[in-house]
Design a protein around this ligand. Structure first.
Ligand SMILES: Cc1cc2nc3c(=O)[nH]c(=O)nc-3n(C[C@H](O)[C@H](O)[C@H](O)COP(=O)(O)O)c2cc1C
Length: 231
């Protein structure tokens, strides 16, 4: 697969087949992802790969904490509910419409249906592999840039190997549960979770296609002392 195919073929996958992923394949994907650039080559990431009974135990604990509303995050990965500013709020609503209403047929006012799907985050959407990405707090906020690059590389390396993924910030809302289950020390910051496996092509959620704003809306070319204005 070339890069264009890999980049445009990657989509967040929210339903998986139970087909296991061999450890050797996981190690190859992780080795390729580790080619990511990082500030001063500091490679501040740690990855916890969770499968089998360990994944079942983690999922049980996460669901228990989710149902009890007993969470906690290591950093503000998004604004609090109700505080999303535009234009981000509009994009978030558009995703909700495409995923829940159009792809999955869950109506906008069916809050129970939407919550039930959201809850699937804590089962890693049925994926055979769950991952949790952490970075060393000692590398300060810059480590989050490196983590983002690594996460993207990981998702693309997985796609190139025929695997599907979904980055899951929802999991980092339950950092104490992850910390307890995976022995994550306090000096490691829980950045993000990830589900990985072979996507279920027949699940309704796989029909979801997300949009992107055009290049002209997020790019300003500066040339000859002037600037091309945004749209
Ligand atoms: C850092 C990050 C966190 C995310 N967290 C979640 C999540 O908790 N649950 C989820 O279903 N999708 C999550 N996503 C997936 C995004 O919704 C998705 O990337 C976006 O809508 C674009 O769609 P695409 O990945 O299919 O291109 C996350 C993506 C990123 C990059």
């Amino acid at each position: 697969m070339d890069l264009t195919q890999t980049l445009s073929g990657r989509r967040s996958c929210r339903a998986y087949l139970s087909t296991p992923v061999p450890r050797e394949k996981l190690e190859q994907v992780l080795a390729l992802a580790s080619r990511s650039a990082s500030n001063s080559n500091s490679q501040p990431w740690q990855v916890h790969v969770v499968t089998g009974p360990a994944l079942r135990r983690l999922t049980e604990d996460l669901l228990k904490a989710y149902d009890a509303g007993d969470g906690g995050a290591d950093y503000d990965h998004q604004p609090p509910a109700g505080s999303w500013p535009e234009p981000f709020l509009g994009r978030r609503h558009e995703l909700g419409h495409r995923l829940y209403s159009e792809a999955m047929g869950i109506a906008r006012d069916d809050m129970a249906g939407r919550m039930a799907h959201h809850r699937r985050n804590y089962e890693f959407f049925g994926a055979p592999v769950g991952m949790v990405l952490t970075v060393s707090r000692s590398r300060r906020q810059g480590a989050l840039v490196d983590a983002g690059l690594f996460l993207q590389a990981l998702m693309l390396a997985a796609r190139a190997a025929g695997l599907d993924t979904c980055a899951q910030a929802a999991l980092s809302d339950f950092a104490p549960v992850l910390r307890r289950n995976l022995d994550i020390p306090d000096d490691e910051l829980v950045v993000c979770g990830l589900s990985l496996g072979y996507g279920d092509p027949d699940h309704s959620s796989t029909r979801c296609r997300t949009s992107r704003v055009p290049v002209a809306r997020f790019t300003t070319f500066h040339e000859d002392g002037g600037a091309y204005s945004r749209e």
